[in-house]
Design a binder for this molecule. Structure first.
Ligand SMILES: NC(=O)c1ccc[n+]([C@@H]2O[C@H](COP(=O)([O-])OP(=O)(O)OC[C@H]3O[C@@H](n4cnc5c(N)ncnc54)[C@H](OP(=O)(O)O)[C@@H]3O)[C@@H](O)[C@H]2O)c1
Length: 413
């Protein structure tokens, strides 16, 4: 019998509770798994699932001090008190499975060390890509390959919003409000729209794949909140779609660059056709070549499935996470060396802003395609360095009302 202490009974916690009770509580050919205690913030809250009162506690000590509990499944969210609970569980000799990307992105090495020192496992498949078994796949790929590229759509909410704007010709705020109403976007959507959620996920994947801890401060991150339907329409005229891409690159000189940015990508590419809440992750290994994983990136069942898969690994005594190493001396090189064509939209409020914006762009970029409509100017640049584009953006934001830009990707799968 494997005994679980569950921290959190929200979306993911309920999913875990249901899968474990339906599939692993009474089983003839496997060791039964039982959830013996569940920690919540508020015991009196009405729950949509049936659960005995005896199982629920508001006191973490009831779990960490229970010698019979083998595995702590930690699905609460936020940094504290969850980080402290994970550390205390590991120190108490309990295996930990978590879905918390914020904690793993910042504390991956100290927590894995703590697990190792206490001879237990720490697993976090559910922290990235929901139901896509991406971390275990990367661990497998790394056994024979060097991974030099990871790219993908890692946030279901923003992919859903971009899909809706594209298909229904609507504006960002309008679609966001609807997504919030149906529970598809958080009441505070900042973490999704400004890129923090994706940044944490690409930090975890790149840290594992490049064998070095990626500091969140070294990620070039731009939000998606000011994309308009006109941007998507213009991209479409040139044969592109707008997507929100996370990317980790390990260059030949052992320097890495990690970014989270909107991009324009060819309509025919695989990534362009991953829509709504789905995620896609592309991985390039030096022996195996390019691989592609597509699936549900979030949600109760997909995420709970990943959590329970980790629990089953622990129960079977398998701990592939112990193979993870962070001993590479790879350093960040930012994004300065990278050259791309860019799409730029400048929204102006008067003729002065309009004329100045055109002058500013012509001063920096020689070859341009330009069009305009109702005070908005749309540019497509020749290939320029990302640092030049950043400077250009700074200058434009000082003179115009609103500026959106995205690099154009022609060679993505
Ligand atoms: N939802 C997804 O699709 C998804 C996907 C991937 C990863 N994740 C990650 O999974 C984790 C859980 O997400 P979720 O969506 O299930 O969250 P959620 O619905 O907000 O549920 C959080 C649960 O944790 C409990 N909790 C929160 N703070 C607590 C505290 N201080 N003490 C005791 N209990 C506390 C809450 O108790 P009450 O019920 O009493 O309020 C609730 O049951 C997060 O780290 C999230 O990033 C979620």
């Amino acid at each position: 019998m494997i005994r679980i202490g569950l921290l959190g009974l929200g979306t993911v916690g309920q999913g875990v509770f249901e899968i474990v009770n339906e599939r692993f509580l009474k089983t003839s050919n496997k060791e039964p798994i039982i959830i013996t205690k569940v920690l919540v913030r508020d015991k009196s809250k009405k729950r949509s699932l049936q659960i005995s009162d005896d199982l629920i506690t508001e006191n973490f000590d009831d779990i960490v001090n229970d010698k019979d509990i083998d595995i702590v499944v930690s699905v609460m969210g936020g940094m504290e008190p969850e980080l402290t609970y994970i550390k205390r569980s590991l120190k108490a000799g309990k295996h930990v499975v978590t879905a918390n990307k914020e904690i793993i992105s910042r504390h991956i090495v100290d927590l894995l060390d703590l697990a190792k020192n206490n001879k237990v496992s720490l697993m976090f498949e559910a922290a990235v890509g929901g139901g896509i078994p991406i971390i275990s796949s990367i661990i497998q790929i790394l056994k024979t390959n060097k991974i030099n590229r990871i790219q993908g759509i890692l946030n279901g909410t923003t992919n859903y919003i971009l899909t809706k704007i594209t298909r229904e010709k609507r504006q960002f705020d309008d679609v966001l409000k609807e997504a919030q109403k149906i529970g598809f976007a958080e009441a505070d959507p900042t973490a999704d729209i400004d890129g923090y959620d994706i940044m944490r996920k690409i930090c975890i994947l790149s840290s594992i794949a490049f064998k070095t801890v990626i500091d969140e401060n070294n990620v070039h991150m731009r939000g998606i909140g000011n994309v308009t339907y006109e941007d998507i329409e213009n991209a479409g005229k040139h044969g592109y779609i707008i997507k929100y891409l996370a990317q980790g690159l390990l260059h030949d000189d052992n320097k890495y660059s990690v970014s989270v940015t909107p991009i324009l990508i060819k309509k025919a590419s695989v990534i362009s056709n991953v829509n709504e809440e789905n995620n896609i992750i592309l991985i390039q290994g030096d022996i195996i070549g390019e691989m592609c994983f597509i699936g549900k990136g979030a949600g109760k069942n997909a995420t709970a499935n990943a959590v329970v898969s980790d629990v089953l690994q622990v129960a079977a005594g398998i701990n592939d996470y112990a193979l993870l190493r962070f001993d590479s001396n790879a350093l960040s090189c930012g994004i300065d060396g990278i050259q791309n064509e860019y799409y730029i939209r400048v929204s102006t409020e008067n003729f002065d802003q309009f004329a100045k914006s055109i002058d500013i762009v012509y001063e920096s970029v020689k070859k341009l395609k330009l069009s305009y409509s109702k005070g908005k100017i749309f540019f497509i640049t020749e290939k320029i360095a990302s640092s030049e584009m950043k400077n250009l953006y700074t200058k434009l934001t000082q003179c115009a009302h609103d500026v959106f830009y995205a690099r154009m990707e022609n060679n993505l799968m």
